[in-house]
Design a binder for this molecule. Structure first.
Ligand SMILES: Cc1cc2nc3c(=O)[nH]c(=O)nc-3n(C[C@H](O)[C@H](O)[C@H](O)COP(=O)(O)O)c2cc1C
Length: 222
């Protein structure tokens, strides 16, 4: 599967089989987390075999079932880009898990207390459930690419490819509150629109998808 197929195959999955993530798989995931933490300065942690976090009333309300593993997106409170970074690097990890045959769901609200280590100067921004899904989930409805960007029939092909990948990105309550603009000299700007919850996390997720769809070599962020 190439990365575009991985993005297309990913959907939120909230019900999981009781199948362990193997030691070999853990090694791959933990090494990837180590690399992402080194690059980003985040303190991402994967908690394995912990069932209590998703036994809370909130988690049941959110229809979560059988969650035994989850990813905690933690970083420095002082980092002004913390939310966007959590979205960007968390989605890279989500896509890695998907590529390995695992399933995920970003979870802002509908979870209980996590077992992550959060230092005094750190904050846990969001959680991602992880495991073997009972299903593969279903594709979400999307706003038109013409509403999400300044795409026209004259836009470069890489911009259209980037936006097709953005369309597949998960967002809180599927809100897709962002706008991507193709500027001169192969520059692209991306911004959150409005003040709803998690728009900065959503923006980071969408930017990761855009880079993977468009190809980093074809443009620079404005
Ligand atoms: C930042 C963020 C927060 C989310 N929070 C929750 C949540 O608290 N509970 C939940 O059930 N789903 C949550 N989701 C999952 C979204 O509902 C889901 O991604 C969206 O409906 C699109 O569907 P898809 O992921 O299947 O493409 C969240 C997603 C994102 C990106």
């Amino acid at each position: 599967m190439d990365i575009k197929e991985v993005m297309a195959a990913r959907h939120s999955v909230r019900q999981y089989k009781s199948e362990d993530i193997s030691d070999e798989e853990r090694i791959i995931l933990d090494e990837y987390v180590r690399k992402l933490n080194e690059e980003s300065g985040l303190h991402i942690q994967i908690i394995y075999n912990e069932t209590e976090c998703f036994m809370s009333r909130m988690a049941k309300y959110g229809k979560f079932e059988g969650v035994e593993n989850y990813i905690c997106m933690v970083g420095k409170k002082a980092d002004k880009d913390l939310e966007e970074k959590c979205g960007y690097y968390g989605e890279l990890l989500v896509l890695k898990a998907q590529e390995m045959g695992l399933n995920t769901c970003w979870v802002g609200l509908t979870h209980g207390t996590t077992r992550s280590e959060v230092e005094k100067d750190e904050k846990e921004v969001i959680v991602i459930s992880l495991g073997y899904g009972k299903t593969q989930g279903v594709p979400h409805k999307s706003k038109s690419l013409y509403k999400l960007s300044n795409l026209t029939e004259y836009s470069p092909e890489w911009f259209e490819e980037g936006m097709k990948a953005v369309e597949l990105a998960p967002t809180a309550i599927n809100q897709q509150k962002f706008f991507f603009e193709c500027l001169d000299n192969n520059r692209v700007s991306a911004r959150a629109v409005g003040f709803a919850a998690y728009t900065k996390v959503d923006l980071g997720i969408a930017k990761a998808h855009f880079e993977l769809g468009a190809g980093k070599e074809n443009f620079t962020w404005a």
